[in-house]
Design a binder for this molecule. Structure first.
Ligand code: FES
Length: 97
């Protein structure tokens, strides 16, 4: 799957394999961070991963979603991830206003 991420320095595109039918947006971000690009910034280590804290909010194809809970359609050819509304600290890390 093609994954476009709107980062602080522009849009970057990655090719990510669908590793399961239940892959979440967070799984995609973890895959990119662990295998393709260690510089990607997103809420990862300090978050709940249980759809409780809301810190992993990002936009997927323009719609706000919780990255840890939002599953990606296994047949999707591409997704575009961008920062949630707020002040962007870096890449997908945002501080709410
Ligand atoms: S990590 Fe807490 S809601 Fe997603």
């Amino acid at each position: 799957m093609k994954v476009e991420i709107v980062r602080s320095n522009g849009v970057q595109t990655y090719e990510v394999p669908m590793l399961s039918d239940t892959m979440t947006v967070m799984d995609i971000l973890d895959y990119i961070y662990n295998n393709l690009d260690h510089t990607l910034a997103y809420y990862r280590h300090s978050s709940c991963n249980q759809a409780i804290c809301g810190r992993c909010l990002v936009k997927m194809d323009g719609t706000p979603v919780l990255a840890c809970a939002k599953r990606v359609e296994p047949t999707a050819k591409s997704v575009r991830l961008s920062p949630a509304p707020g002040t962007v600290v870096r890449d997908l890390v945002v501080v709410k206003q």
